[in-house]
Write a new protein. Structure first.
Lengths: 387, 387
């Protein structure tokens, strides 16, 4: 199988992802944000995103330029009012960013840190909410990109409902594939990326939120740039952004959402990713690799594997060997040492996953690696460390 | 003359600008930020920007995703320390954004507001600095995009030197064309866009700053996202961003900077823009239009014209007529009513300006407009209002 030259290399990473030709083509044109065609595209994109989140008529989708991390900061600054207090859950690098953000902006907050390789339990969340009764908002990451772990937003939403807390969700790695019913879960605000499972170019994030909560948030944000109320007011009234918008990223996002819809929406995309993930994990296991997470908790977004326990193994060499064959992978980004990750999302066919695994085998063989799995003893230690 | 279909419409606006084929092509490839090729491109782009600003060996260029307005907020948050106080100069919409930003972040500041259609005087700045002796930093817009006015950063830099104030400059509309010698002017930090005179895609801003001042700024920013010290530390050490970067915008910016260098740098670009501007203003004046600014103070970036004083004139109709012919223009954004703007920057040939003016003439004729200039009386009133 040959790569399409334009897609070379294939990005087997959890973002930026490989995007399809239709999205690339949309980025070939230069437009002003004020052109009727651009205003219509933005309106359609906002409407479709609200549909995906089951937020039509109740919520609103706000485009927000820059990294989705910015949008997370904007959500905290906009939705947690003066006198509010945030409970931040973390079990990985992306949860840790939320904590770091709160510290830097001096947002009153508590941290609920749970083990990195399993979902937080009902008890853990319940205890945190009971102990910190002055908490007004809870924020968590849906799929923790640093491991691929799915965090149980449904369970937390139920707890937030009974404890009367507002729920904020970083759905950057999950939105567009995993089902999220904002209205049913009563999620006050949710952050997603045009990249990741939406498969558009990076550089434009979105916030979908409860319209009533947004209306109450006027004047909360102690930052002009990060004021989602203000951004929404301008976008809703004029169809344009407050500041020069990333027009190519907007066109790319709109094209990507059209492709998403034509493919059959989030359910179809999840099926495709699951097919990729099953192929990847199955083939890797046949080689002797072991994955970090129990399958029940693993999102088909990115898979984390233990590194081979072999003196000849060297991640940098594996990266270079894969890159020379047109595949980009990423190291682990977790408290758990000696792991690496392979992404399953983006415009990648199932065959790309098989080819990637065969390439890993060949690259490791060339390196002199004979044993692909971790040592039994190491596994036991890691398992202990993870609990 | 025909438009290249890919460039249709031509953007006669001060951003986003029309970009060239080489830049579009660079955006057709998907890459991970960690690939050696991407790291090398980012390093080269940073080096070239520092060269353009005469900041090599003294300063450093920091890529900053999102709108350049974000980067302005990041500069204020990063460079003005606890206990600092900012003097913000404004004479237009972009200066007003800086003021609004300071208000929202509760940054101690004073506002120096001067008339919109002439540069601020030495006396005005001198008085502001003398009256507010506790000022530590001055921030100003170099070219005020809402009018096209060039603000005298050289004069203010001299005052800042003698009053021992640090100078921060929003050079979004000028960098890449107008000469700016950061080292000679002792500008502590300067914001630019990959778009505008650099002619790359929008969505990636840059801050060039005095390295020593940056080193002193660690921990200043009360925002993780807007901490330039932190962004610089990661970019300098790893060649990557802290958060998922806008990879296509980075590739586009790098390609645009290569084109900029091949064209002959900022001086060559300024010559091209000046040719465009002279053609535009000359042709418009021959039709009877009058420009808002005295030529000596007008940047060849965007020209502001008084609207025709004719009962048949309607900006919306003129916009639509121009758009139907493949030209996008923008309304005025100024305290001065009844103006409109035409941009001269981007990948536009001189002939595009002539064609644009002929199209304006035809569109206005079709509309029944006979008189293209403003009334004498109105002019006199406006002149008074502007002083």
């Amino acid at each position: 199988m040959e790569h399409d030259a334009k897609h070379k290399p294939w990005l087997l990473i959890p973002g930026p992802v490989s995007i399809c030709d239709a999205v690339h083509r949309a980025m070939l044109e230069d437009h002003s944000a004020g052109e009727p065609e651009m205003i219509a595209a933005l309106r359609a994109a906002r409407g479709y995103l609200a549909e995906l989140a089951n937020a039509v008529g109740w919520g609103t989708a706000i485009p927000f330029p820059g990294s989705a991390t910015y949008a997370n900061e904007a959500v905290i600054r906009t939705f947690v009012p003066q006198g509010g207090r945030l409970l931040v859950h973390t079990n990985g690098a992306y949860g840790d960013w939320l904590v770091a953000m709160c510290r830097r902006m001096e947002m009153p907050h508590e941290v609920l840190r749970t083990a990195p390789a399993r979902p937080p339990s009902h008890d853990e969340f319940c205890r945190a909410l009971t102990v910190n009764s002055d908490i007004t908002h809870v924020m968590m990451v849906h799929v923790e990109t640093s491991s691929g772990l799915i965090n149980p937003i449904e369970m937390v939403a139920e707890l937030c409902r009974s404890h009367r807390k507002a729920l904020l969700v970083d759905a950057v790695a999950s939105f567009g594939a995993l089902p999220i019913d904002m209205r049913k879960l009563n999620i006050e605000a949710l952050v997603l990326s045009s990249n990741k499972c939406v498969e558009g170019p990076p550089g434009l994030a979105w916030v979908i939120c409860d319209r009533a909560a947004l209306d109450r948030s006027a004047g909360n944000a102690s930052s002009l740039s990060f004021d989602l109320w203000d951004q929404h007011e301008t976008v809703d009234r004029t169809g344009c952004f407050r500041f020069t918008p990333p027009t190519h990223a907007i066109r790319g996002a709109y094209a990507a959402l059209q492709v998403h819809q034509e493919e059959g929406g989030s359910a179809a995309r999840l099926r495709r990713y699951r097919t990729n993930w099953l192929r990847l994990v199955g083939d890797m296991r046949r080689l002797g690799f072991e994955s970090l997470l129990a399958d029940a908790h693993a999102a088909p977004i990115v898979a984390t594997f233990h590194e081979p326990h072999d003196e000849h193994y060297d991640f940098r060499k594996m990266y270079d060997g894969m890159a020379a064959n047109g595949f980009i992978i990423v190291p682990g980004r977790l408290a758990v040492p000696d792991t690496f990750r392979i992404g399953c999302i983006g415009a990648l066919p199932e065959q790309a996953m098989s080819l990637a695994v065969r390439t890993i085998r060949d690259v490791l063989n060339d390196m002199g690696v004979r044993r692909f799995g971790p040592l039994e003893r190491r596994q036991a230690e890691t398992a202990e460390q993870l609990m």
